[in-house]
Ligand binder design. Structure first.
Ligand code: NCD
Ligand code: ZN
Length: 358
């Protein structure tokens, strides 16, 4: 699909380019129905594989539901797309360890998603009691199945900007101690302190970082007025955290990899008195990551973050084939139509310094 309009096809031959093994997105919300059909092509144009989040309504809690959802995703892909959805199970207080193991053994799902109940969009059915989840986590530890954790406190009295830090101290660190062999991805890391927790527990713990948390801080949410399309959970933090995230992803450390958390919502649901959390970065993720690596003079480390570290963590081979990005100004698209509404594209109206060349 012609998703990026290049401004200057006659750019000189020496413009910087970067060619990577085809990358993977280890945290994707593709949704279902008309929304799935609208957004799936964008993720497939950027990534070879994606870990698909199970927070549908109702959530994906059974092997049968995950297998059926995988078929709907494959059916929504454009002709010629080469994209493998890697499915996940949504953990609840009632999850049966045998069902977890069955789906993993049958290669229907590759990981389980742990939402603390009420932490974010469609998470009310998530886990209330992490200690009581022990039989499930012990089984996952035994079979080598990673837990993908949304790390935010659900205590409504905790300041929203502190919820990640509080979860890490009160819940995640004790969980890592109780389950010493469990593989864990701390998803969408947003603080300098979480970066250090990931490093301290690598290689069995990894961290994903979104494109938007590398370019936004909490002030961006209010720049010139309220910016609903920058609102996601975990919410962007102070500038010092953004800088720590940029240092982490460009460090070359194997414990950090892509998880875009592309989370489309209709414009009507975002531009509302109580707008929902989630940023649609599916169409502009790689362009944004490339810009960050370029600005940090670390393009030589982009492939590790984008295409190698996540595969290694999940015990998968890197993808065959490549994708090339070029430092040539381009524009994505402002919005993706979905039935009688649309999804606003992150940075869709800005000129982007980097474009996908093919
Ligand atoms: C996600 C969504 O919309 O499903 N929203 C978000 O702000 N990131 C849920 C999530 O991953 O937290
Ligand atoms: Zn998410």
């Amino acid at each position: 699909m012609g998703m990026t309009e290049l401004f200057d096809d006659a750019a000189p031959k020496d413009v910087p380019t970067v060619t990577l093994r085809r990358p993977d997105d280890w945290h994707v919300h593709l949704r279902d129905g008309a929304m799935l059909r609208a957004v799936a092509p964008f993720t497939a144009a950027q990534f070879a594989r994606g870990i698909i989040m199970p927070n549908l309504v109702p959530p994906v809690t059974t092997v049968a539901a995950a297998a059926a959802y995988r078929e709907r995703i494959l059916a929504a892909m454009p002709a010629g797309a080469d994209f493998t959805p890697l499915m996940t199970c949504y953990l609840t207080d009632a999850t049966d360890p045998d069902e977890i193991e069955k789906g993993f053994a049958e290669k229907v799902w590759v990981a389980a998603k742990l939402y603390p109940a009420g932490a974010t969009t469609n998470s009310h059915g998530g886990v209330r009691d992490l200690v009581a989840l022990a039989p499930v986590l012990e089984r996952m530890e035994r079979i080598g199945m990673p837990a993908l954790i949304h790390g935010e406190s659900t205590d409504p009295s905790v300041d929203i900007f502190d919820r990640e830090a509080v979860f890490m101290e009160q819940s995640l660190l004790p969980l890592l101690k109780r389950h010493e062999g469990l593989k864990v991805t701390i998803e969408h890391v947003t603080t300098a302190e979480t970066v250090e927790i990931v490093r301290a527990h690598a290689p069995r713990v990894a961290g994903t970082v979104t494109p938007h948390h590398l370019v936004l801080n909490r002030t961006s949410l209010f720049q010139g007025g309220l910016r609903p399309h920058y609102y996601c959970l975990p919410v962007a933090k102070r500038e010092r955290h953004r800088l720590a995230l940029r240092a982490a992803v460009t460090s070359g450390d194997a414990c950090f990899f892509i998880g875009t958390d592309t989370a489309p919502h209709l414009r009507n649901a975002k531009e509302a008195a109580c707008g929902c959390a989630g940023v649609f970065v599916g169409a502009t993720a790689l362009q944004t990551y490339a810009q960050v690596f370029d600005e940090e003079n670390a393009l030589d480390r982009f492939e590790a973050f984008a295409s190698l570290n996540g595969a290694a963590f999940h015990g998968l081979a890197p993808n065959a084939g490549t994708i090339t990005l070029v430092r040539r100004p381009g524009r994505a698209l402002a919005a993706v139509p979905v039935e009688d509404d649309e999804v606003v594209v992150f940075r869709g109206e800005e000129p982007l310094p980097w474009s996908i060349a093919g």
